[in-house]
Design a protein around this ligand. Structure first.
Ligand code: NAP
Ligand code: MG
Length: 408
């Protein structure tokens, strides 16, 4: 281990969370980060009780802190429902912190599989990563819905800027439902730029797909903006790196993705991204704990997190004193990615090298030592050398990391 800890110039915003994810968060920080890095964080505790005490102000403060410091690292948090309100004696069902933070940062979420040799993708052609870039604004998540009980007529009306615009739906022959969704050019431009930038950063092609042949206004606008951003801002940079931008119809894209070898960022509108990120990740690595999740905003704000939740079921067993085998990989990668982003912004080579070693130490533990947690055992091809509990897994990673830190 290096005698002197790695210095940091600027802090990262550390956003703590709930249950088993919180327990693992503390172990990872204490055993895999603090021994090596003179860690600077601005700490926000989003434990569900803290959110309750502050009437959720702490969530807003954390998001604002990411705007100030540019880099946030977030632990999984409970989104309270009626049961949780009872369990934690809360004032109300506070909204999802992720949704609040995303709305403030206006970002795109990138989810990539953490590929390990011992877990083969369900699709045998896949060799290189498939990253889902999900636009996290508008569409059905902020739509207007109507249910009607008899035949009638309906139109969508826009008023503003001294204009009135109308579009009529076909005659409604009987009872039914209507949904009107929207998006904003500014958000679509941000989504497009974030997607092209992420592809450049990771050296992957970019795919974008919609159903513009049918959705001739809505999806067509997305297609048009992506094409414009590509032509004006990214064509040259993509050519320099030998990367490509492909636009497909969404059904064509699905078929192509399955017979491809991977190696692309797939920009998805909000709903498609919601669905495809779970499908692609499960097909790729079989566990949510082998996945990175990074949010990037057009203003350059960044947040890394683990894609899984608080692992509630394991937590109750942990509270009873049982050894649990929750997988901390995604949490370790949330730390490594956040520190790497910090390192890049501050031109801190030592910190960057550390973040890369930390990831390699995890991969070495799983792939070469074949020491794994239970979720990986369930989906791995060959029997592992050892199936261990969370703390033993972290110790095995630390052993590898210590060896790597001894080398210059
Ligand atoms: P979850 O915490 O992701 O866990 C669901 C199941 O997935 C677990 O029971 C476990 O399966 C498996 N799993 C997830 N993470 C794992 C890990 N690191 N290692 C091993 N197995 C893992 O989802 P949930 O139970 O639906 O939600 C629990 C709480 O998390 C909820 O209150 C929800 O609001 C919150 N949540 C937060 C976020 C976030 O902040 N990003 C995201 C999703 C959910 P087995 O039990 O079969 O082993
Ligand atoms: Mg989803």
């Amino acid at each position: 281990m290096a005698a002197e800890k790695i210095k940091m110039e600027n802090p990262v915003v550390e956003i703590d969370g709930d249950e088993m994810a919180r327990v693992m968060w503390a172990w990872v920080k204490e055993r895999l980060i603090l021994p090596y890095v003179d860690l600077k964080t601005e700490y926000y505790d989003l434990h569900v009780k803290k959110r309750d005490e502050t009437n959720d102000q702490i969530t807003y403060m954390a998001a604002e802190a990411i705007k100030r410091h540019k880099v946030g690292i977030k632990c999984a948090t409970i989104t309270p429902n009626a049961e949780r309100v009872k369990e934690y004696n809360l004032k109300k069902e506070w909204p999802s912190p992720n949704a609040t933070i995303r709305k403030i940062l206006d970002g795109t979420i990138f989810r990539a599989p953490i590929i390990v040799k011992n877990v083969k993708p369900a699709v045998r052609f896949w060799k290189r990563p498939i990253v889902i870039a999900r636009h996290a604004f508008g569409d059905i998540y902020d739509a207007a819905g109507l249910r009607f009980t008899a035949a009638g007529e309906a139109e969508v009306i826009y008023r503003g800027n001294g204009q009135e615009l109308k579009a009529s739906l076909p005659k409604l022959a009987g009872p039914g439902v209507i949904e009107a969704r929207y998006n904003l050019d500014s958000s679509i431009y941000g989504f497009a730029r974030a997607s092209f930038n992420y592809a450049l950063m990771t050296g992957l092609d970019l795919w974008f797909a919609t159903k513009d042949t049918i959705s001739k206004v809505y999806d067509a606008r997305f297609k048009e903006i992506f094409q414009e951003v590509y032509e004006k801002e990214f064509k040259g940079k993509f050519a320099e790196r030998g990367l490509n931008y492909y636009y497909y119809l969404i059904d064509d894209a699905l078929a192509r993705s399955v017979r491809s070898e991977g190696g692309f960022v797939w920009a998805c509108k909000n709903y498609e991204g919601d669905i495809l990120s779970d499908l692609v990740s499960t097909a790729y690595v079989g566990t949510l704990a082998l996945m990175t999740s990074e949010l990037m905003s057009p203003e350059g704000y960044y947040e890394s997190e683990a894609a899984h939740g608080t692992v509630q079921r394991h937590y109750y067993r942990y509270l009873k004193g049982e050894k649990v085998s929750s997988n901390p990989t995604a949490i370790i990668f949330a730390w490594s990615r956040g520190l790497r982003r910090r390192a890049e912004l501050d031109s801190n080579d030592e910190l960057k090298a550390f973040s890369e070693k930390l990831e390699r130490a995890v991969l070495k533990t799983i792939e070469d030592d074949k020491i794994v947690t239970q979720d990986i055992e369930r989906v791995s091809d060959e029997p592992p050398a050892a199936v261990v509990d969370t703390e033993a897994f972290i110790s095995a990673v630390k052993k590898n990391l210590d060896l790597m830190m001894q080398k210059p």
